[in-house]
Design a protein around this ligand. Structure first.
Ligand code: ZN
Ligand code: ZN
Length: 208
C-alpha cells in the first residue's frame, strides 16, 4: 500500500491518499482544504477512483475539501457518530473561530468504532479514540495508522476545544492505542509521521 501525504490549508493539516499500486483506486484521509492540489496528487499517482473519504474527526482543518471531493468522485464520507454534526456547522467544526467557512457535507457512513471497512479494496479498521474530539478515530490499514489529531510525532492534540475531554483522551491512549501489540507507521494529522511504539515509549502517560 502506498501513502501520499499532502499538507493542506492554513493549519497545514495532512491529507493522505492510500492505494494499492496499479489499482487506480484510493481512499483519502482528511481532505482538509486545497481540493485542486489533492486532485493533482491523485492524478500524478494514477488514481482514477476515490472510493472513501475517511475523516479522523470533524474539525474544519480536516474536512474542508470533503464536500467537493465527494461531489466530484462519489466517494463515501465516513465519520464517527459523535463528530457527524460538525460536518454541517462552522461553529461546531471550529471554522467560524478561525475565520473560515466549510462547505457542509452529508456523511454516508456513520462510524461507531470497531468496524472494518473495505476502502479501495483495502481493509481499514476503525478505532474510536475520543479525547481531542468526541468522535476522533484512528484508521488502521496494513502497517499504517492514520491518527488525525489524536497522536503526533512526540505529542498529542489539544484538549481545550468544545467536545474535547482529557479524561477520555487518557483512556484512549492507554487502553486503545496502548493495547495494540503491533507497531505501525503513524501518519499524523499535522507534521511528520512517526511510529506507534516510539510514541508509546516516549510518553509517560501511555505507560501508566
Ligand atoms: Zn482537530
Ligand atoms: Zn487538526
Amino acid at each position: 500500500m502506498k501513502v501520499v501525504q499532502i499538507a493542506v490549508g492554513q493549519m497545514m493539516a495532512n491529507a493522505f491518499a492510500a492505494y494499492n499500486e496499479g489499482s487506480g483506486k484510493a481512499f483519502v484521509v482528511d481532505p482538509g482544504a486545497d481540493y485542486d492540489r489533492i486532485v493533482k496528487r491523485l492524478d500524478e499517482n494514477g488514481i482514477t477512483e476515490v472510493t472513501h473519504i475517511l475523516l479522523t474527526h470533524g474539525h474544519f482543518d480536516h474536512i474542508g475539501a470533503a464536500a467537493r471531493l465527494k461531489a466530484q468522485t462519489g466517494a463515501k464520507v465516513c465519520v464517527h457518530r459523535r463528530d457527524a454534526s460538525m460536518l454541517q456547522s462552522d461553529t461546531e467544526n471550529l471554522a467560524a473561530l478561525f475565520g473560515e467557512h466549510i462547505e457542509p457535507v452529508e456523511p454516508d457512513v456513520v462510524l461507531e468504532g470497531g468496524e472494518t471497512l473495505l476502502a479501495a479494496d483495502i481493509a481499514v479498521e476503525v478505532l474510536h479514540t475520543p479525547g481531542h474530539s468526541g468522535g476522533s478515530v484512528c484508521y488502521i490499514a496494513n502497517d499504517a495508522m492514520f491518527s488525525g489529531d489524536t497522536l503526533f510525532y512526540r505529542g498529542i492534540g489539544r484538549t481545550d476545544f468544545p467536545g474535547s475531554s482529557a479524561r477520555e483522551y487518557i483512556r484512549s491512549l492507554q487502553n486503545v492505542l496502548g493495547g495494540l501489540h503491533k507497531d505501525y507507521t503513524v501518519y499524523t494529522g499535522h507534521g511528520i509521521k512517526t511510529t506507534l511504539f516510539s510514541e508509546l515509549q516516549s510518553f509517560p502517560y501511555l505507560q501508566l
